[in-house]
Design a protein around this ligand. Sequence first.
Ligand code: FUB
Ligand code: ZN
Length: 644
Amino acid sequence: MTIHTISPAPLAPAVPTRGRLRPLGLGDVRITGGFWGERQDVNARHTLAHIGSRLESEGWLPNFDLAVSGGLPEGRRGREFSDSEVYKYLEALAWEIGRSDDDELEERFRAVVARVAAAQEEDGYLNTRFGRPGQGERWSDLEWGHELYCLGHLFQAAVARERTRPGSDDGLLGIARRAADLVCGEFDADGRDAICGHAEIEVGLAELSRVTGDRRYLAQARLFIERHGRGSLRDIEWGRKYFQDDQPVREARVLRGHAVRANYLAAGAVDVAVDTGDAELLKALRRQWERTVARRTYITGGQGSHHQDEAFGDDWELPPDRAYSETCAGIGSIMFSWRLLLSGADPRYADLIERTLYNVLATSPAPDGRSFYYANTLHQRVPGTPADPDGTSPRASSSLRAPWFEVSCCPPNVARTLASLDAYVATTDGEGIQLHQYAPSSIRTVLDDGREVAFDVETNYPADGRVTITHTGDADKAWTLSVRVPAWAEGATLRIVTADFVQQRPVEPGVVDIRHAFRAGDVVQLDLPVTPRMSQPDPRIDAVRGCVAVERGPEVLALESVDLTSLRVEDVGRVAIVPGTAPVERDGRVWVSVTRLPVGEGRWPYGEEPQSAQTEPVEVALVPYHDWAQRGPSTMRVWIPLAP
Ligand code: FUB
Ligand code: ZN
């Protein structure tokens, strides 16, 4: 494993001290438009303001003012973890300021930090829910209190700020350090032998250690990781696996329990494993990733099939109509996969990240950036009811996007991820650049030997599969540009056009290394076949046996009832794909041949086959899953049955 020594640190959310790859941060990569650029723009222009205004109106930010004025606990509003949404908002602002240098956002950021700072107690303690007369004592409810979880988000916000505005006088890093010092004093090896019921402090501490160089924070993160699985949290109705306190992290075979908790913990464990050189722990985490992806992950990349405990189901328990697939779990999975990618360079991690980006992250926000999915079902049986634009929804309603939730972890999580997305595009191993995600972008960085490399990426991906990389700098020595060919991209081709030669060849899924002393104007062109394809489910997933899904490039497609008007059917459950037909692309949409299924209403106990005839096949258009429910209430499904 390479030990990274170069500075300055990349402007990125995760900057391990060792590993095969280092992220190229916001200073090196700029997404310049396209699918993600547009979403980043909406995030910056609308989502951040929307979140800021909801944090005020819901009282979650005013809770900090009440902490100062003595208005707590009486005036406190929001759930026990509402402080964390303020910190995620700060993190999102910090990344966005790092991208755009926007004065108004900077002013907003400083104003919020000042209110948070004022609420911090002398000894560094910071939480609006605990510790005052009339509130629970500090650290008295580790199962549900979320105190350490909230601080983990505070640390990530401070790290984002320090990376993007090193040495800034806003004070956020100091707030985070005082709180982290308190945590270390309270929970170190001689202190309370305890963990938080919601993992997050681990990633926060690990990154704070990286940004400050203080190894105590890493040691504390390690302690928290190692303490999982010893049953220190009280047992609950869903068992201790809900908190991942049922098994030591290094002994577990698969992610289990609450899906956001499980992914955050796994991400923090990779940080600890990598920075402490713990190969055994890293191996265990890779094994867990393999099994979780193979057996417990929806085709969208979504994770979690239990609504009641927001948790992973058993292996193969992936019912599309009960998919919980919380947006935050998708983001947690991206955090876990990204850290594994940095540690070991396996392109499958980037494949899952791409799948999750396009089909979970992009699905959550509406095009105007002011309403969101919290849960991401793969089958909507009943058209939803539009959410009140001024109201607050129960957390998991997944009929139509809602502007805010009583538990609103997802919107600010989407915002911070979009604002830092440039940092998930490419990495360096010191001798070359690895391009993992395809977006119009401009990349400029310095290799370990001091050479500058620069290129622009032009693409309309995923609308089409052509990715054109044009070098804008001259290299006097060869270096390696690596491009990812996604697992689905059978039949991809690569064309290299330089001043000296033109070469074209087929390339296999995986990583393609191109070693050359690129000169300005040299072009590398990757053509990924984004022709629509039918995907079969694993036969062990009982809930979708006999169904197929249609995918196109990295996008999963869905059948929505608003596209079934020609069949005079409002329920997507009434149609099936005609066997032996293939999806076709026409007029910018993907079409499948379907037939209307006969209904045998009221048959019980399912004894007879339905007798009525099926209709003649009709072509219907599918919609990218991330765009569903944008034309009003509808039914929708991703897995479509094949007609008998
Ligand atoms: O508990 C904090 C957050 O609220 C979790 O990550 C989400 O699943 C939601 O329950
Ligand atoms: Zn969430």
